[in-house]
Write a protein that binds this ligand. Structure first.
Ligand SMILES: *Cc1c(COP(=O)(O)O)cnc(C)c1O
Length: 381
């Protein structure tokens, strides 16, 4: 980590070594040189912004193996904009009625979005901010095809599927959702914000028949933090362009800059060309080494966890800390964060998760040393 940088220290902010995940609160991910350079270059000339969006998204579609693509200001904005398109069909006049649900209804617009009740989460605000009403499908624990069939009406604008830790165990499959919705002419949108790796997911949902899938540019894609990648059918992408920024109205508050467009393109170009297997092997070696180093240290038990809670192929270390030892995961995590250098790890119910995912080799060594120190200290306490 380039901790010698003064831009943060001048603000009296300590950079953090991130052994958690691509957490938005910690800055998402770090942009590699090719992304930074593309953005720097883009910042030097004026262009037609709508033309740039078209040209960049054509390349993004090609790189990801999709019909069409779009650069949004984050996945959350991508959810809002794809929802807005399902309400309006990309009609600019109708888009000006958003988020007035009464006016939308009076204009004959569809104004309901279906979501599995078990999927409801903080990001569903992106759907609600369009004025659309979320209609829950099924219960928190269970849903079946009849629940979806019964929920579809002439007011149904879309189905929003959330993929991640919130994806319910008692729900039926996305394949089935797509089958039913497609039969009723209802678009299916997939929030896949944190679903790479694996890289194949960039086309997996749309290949399954989803109308659009939305990824965060600022997580593992390592693009600008304020970008989102939407991939999907031509019609929905074209409608996004029709009502999207720089047009005034709903999407104007989600302006996408030229630097962000070009930065996301550079990031995706890099990402699809990466040796993902080699990266995973490296992370596996780190976790195996940590397991060997920490297991039994001060009574801690080290365990490799795979895949992660969202089902992604990312290995992590779970260090179980014996409550009889007088400390716990939260206390150790707090001490690592307050220490020098500051290290962020996630507290587990009975210990800490340590994740090699975003660490340089140098940081792997630092984290290993600090964790061992904390465990050693604990045994002396
Ligand atoms: C991170 C995340 C988002 C938001 O993505 P941004 O790119 O930060 O806007 C939305 N949905 C899920 C499931 C996420 O994990």
């Amino acid at each position: 980590m380039e901790v010698t940088m003064s831009i943060y220290t001048d603000l009296n902010i300590r950079p953090v070594i991130n052994a958690t995940a691509t957490l938005t609160k910690l800055g998402g991910s770090l942009m590699p040189a090719e992304v930074r350079e593309a953005m720097e270059e883009a910042s030097r000339a004026f262009i037609q912004l709508d033309e740039l969006q078209i040209k960049v998204s054509e390349k993004l579609a090609e790189l990801t193996g999709n019909e069409a693509a779009y650069v949004a200001t984050g996945a959350a904005a991508g959810l809002a904009l794809t929802t807005a398109v399902c309400l309006t069909g990309g009609d600019r006049e109708k888009a000006l009625l958003i988020p007035d649900r009464e006016a939308m209804h009076a204009a004959g617009m569809k104004d309901e979005v279906l979501v599995f009740k078990s999927h409801r989460n903080g990001y569903d605000y992106s759907v609600r901010m369009t004025g659309a009403k979320i209609v829950d499908v099924g219960s928190e624990l269970h849903s079946e095809p009849a629940d979806l069939e019964n929920a579809i009406s002439e007011r149904t604008a879309a189905f929003m599927w959330f993929q991640g830790g919130m994806t319910g165990k008692g729900d039926f499959s996305l394949e089935k959702v797509i089958e039913i919705c497609t039969a009723h002419g209802v678009p299916v949108l997939v929030d896949a914000a944190a679903q790479v790796p694996p890289v194949e997911n960039l086309r997996r949902y749309t290949e399954m028949g989803a109308t659009a899938a939305i990824f965060s540019g600022g997580k593992d894609l390592h693009g600008p933090q304020s970008t989102g990648l939407v991939v999907g059918r031509k019609w929905i992408i074209e409608a996004m362009r029709a009502i999207g920024s720089p047009n005034q109205g709903f999407a104007r508050a989600m302006k996408v800059s030229k630097e962000n467009m070009v930065g996301l393109l550079a990031a995706v170009k890099r990402y699809v060309g990466l040796d993902h297997e080699a990266k995973r092997d490296r992370d596996e070696r780190v976790v195996a080494q940590w397991c060997a180093d920490f297991d039994g240290l001060a009574g801690a038990r080290a365990e490799r966890i795979f895949p992660n809670e969202a089902g992604q192929p990312l290995p992590r270390l779970l260090l179980h800390i014996d409550p009889a030892s007088g400390t716990n995961g939260e206390a150790v995590a707090a001490r690592l964060l307050a220490g020098e250098p500051s290290i962020a790890v996630a507290a587990a119910p009975d210990g800490i998760y340590v994740n090699p995912w975003l660490l340089t080799d140098e940081e792997v060594a630092i984290v290993g040393r600090r964790v061992a120190e904390e465990l050693g200290r604990r045994s002396r306490e």
